[in-house]
Design a protein around this ligand. Sequence first.
Ligand code: AMP
Length: 473
Amino acid sequence: MVDRFHEECGVVGVFGHSEAANLAYLSLYALQHRGQESAGIVSAHEDVLLSHRGLGLVNEVFNEDIIRKLKGTAAIGHNRYSTAGKTLLKNTQPFVVEYGRGGLAVAHNGNLVNARELREHLEGQGSIFQSNVDTEVIMHLIAVSRGERVIDRIIAALAQVRGAYSLVFLTPRELIAARDPNGFRPLVLGRIEDKNAVVVASETCALDLIGAKYEREVEPGEVLRISDDGIESFRPFPSSPRTACVFEYIYFSRPDSRIYGRNVYEVRKEYGRQLAREQGVAADIVIPVPDSGVPAALGFAEESGLPFDMGLIRNHYVGRTFIEPRDNIRHFGVKVKLNAQADVLKGKRVVVVDDSIVRGTTSKKIVQMVRQAGATEVHMRISSPPTIGPCFYGVDTPTKEELIAHDNSVEAIRQFITADTLGYLSERGMFAFLKQGETNGFCAACFTGRYPVPVTDAGRKNQLVLFDVAEAG
Ligand code: AMP
C-alpha cells in the first residue's frame, strides 16, 4: 500500500513555567486543527527529558495522570496531520534522542525539499533512520555537526536543509526555536507575564488559550535560544526573500489567530468581499460551507447586500473528511459531515461560498445536496484562485494530476461540480488587500505554480514516501 507523507502540523514550546507540560497540552488543543493524527509532549525535568506520544487527538493521547508525570518547567508539543490511512507510532513527534547531556527533542512543522538527498548521504555514511519523516534528517545532521554548544550544532544542521521549517527543540536546559529563512510556516513568540514564562507556538490562538501575550513573530531565518539567561536571537543564515504561505490565510490557520501580523478572520472576510466584487451574481441568499467558508461568506453577503444564512449544518464530531484516504470514503464523508436545510434553501437562488476546491469531489456533493434541498439555482464561489499545484512546503495537497484545476478550465470544473455558475477569487484580488497589490512576501505556489524554493525531482519524490503499512504497522 502506498501512503502519502506530509508535515502539516502544529508546534508549541513553553519555557520557565511550573506547569509547562500542562500549558503545552492546552496549546495543542488550540492547535488541533493543524493535525489530528498524532500528538506528543516532551518535558525537561532536571537532567532528563520525559516524553509521551500517541496516535489520535490530543484528548485521546493524554490524560491527567500522563500530564502530571511530564514534570519540569519546560516542554515542547506537536500535533501531526497526514493523509495516511494507517499511521505509525514511530513517525509521531516530538522526536527524542539520547544526545549530549540529557537528550534532545524536536517538533517540526513544514516540509524539507532536500530531505531525500540529505538522508541518502547520511545513510551512505552509516546513519540508521528509525522513521520516514524528514525531521529525523535534522537530528542526524545535528549529530554529525561540529560545535561547542547545542545551538551551534543546530545552526550548522539547519544551514544544510532547504524548504520549510518552523521548529522547536528542547534540551534539559534550553528551548530553541527556529524558522526557515523564507518564513513559509508561521511561528509566534509570546510571554506569560506574571510568571515570566516564554511561549513559542504555530499560531496565536494557542497563546490566547494559555493567557500568554503575543509579542511578535519569530522572524524568518531567526533562531531563538530561550534559557535561564533569557532570550538570545541569532540570524545565522543568508537572508532570503520572505515567502510566507498564503494558504494559511485561506484555509489552514484558525480564524481567531494572528498570522504574519494580521487577523485571519479579517483577511478571510475581505476575501469574501473581494470575491463579491469580482464574481457577483443575482441570488437570494449566501450560505457558507461550514466551517472553512464562513468568514468569506459573511464578507460576500456584506458586500453584495444579500442575506447570509446557514443552509448547510455541520456535524462537529466528524473529523475532516479530507484526510480520508480513499475516494469512496471521502464521498460518503461529505454527507456525514454536512446536511442541507430544506427550510432555508427551498425555492431560493443560492450562492455557496467555500475557501477552495482541491479535487472537486466535496463541491460536487455540496451542489447536489443544496439542489436536492430545493434550491432553484446554485452558484459556487471560491475565496481563493484555482488550486493548480501541489505544495512542497508543508501543506497537504494531492498530486498535481489529482487537482481538478490543474488541467481543467473554470467552465469544465463548473460542469463537473454541476453548479449553475462557478467563480474564483483572482490572484490579484487575493493580494490586493494583503500587500497593496504586491505579491512579494508570500508563497502562492499552489495557485500560481511558481515555487520560491526550487524543488528537484528528488524533492518531489520526497513527498511520496512509499512503505508497506501492513509490514511496518
Ligand atoms: P475537494 O473535495 O478535494 O475539492 O476538497 C475541497 C475541500 O477541502 C474544501 O472544502 C476545503 O475547505 C478543504 N481543503 C482544502 N485544502 C485542504 C487541506 N490541505 N486539508 C484539508 N482540507 C482541505
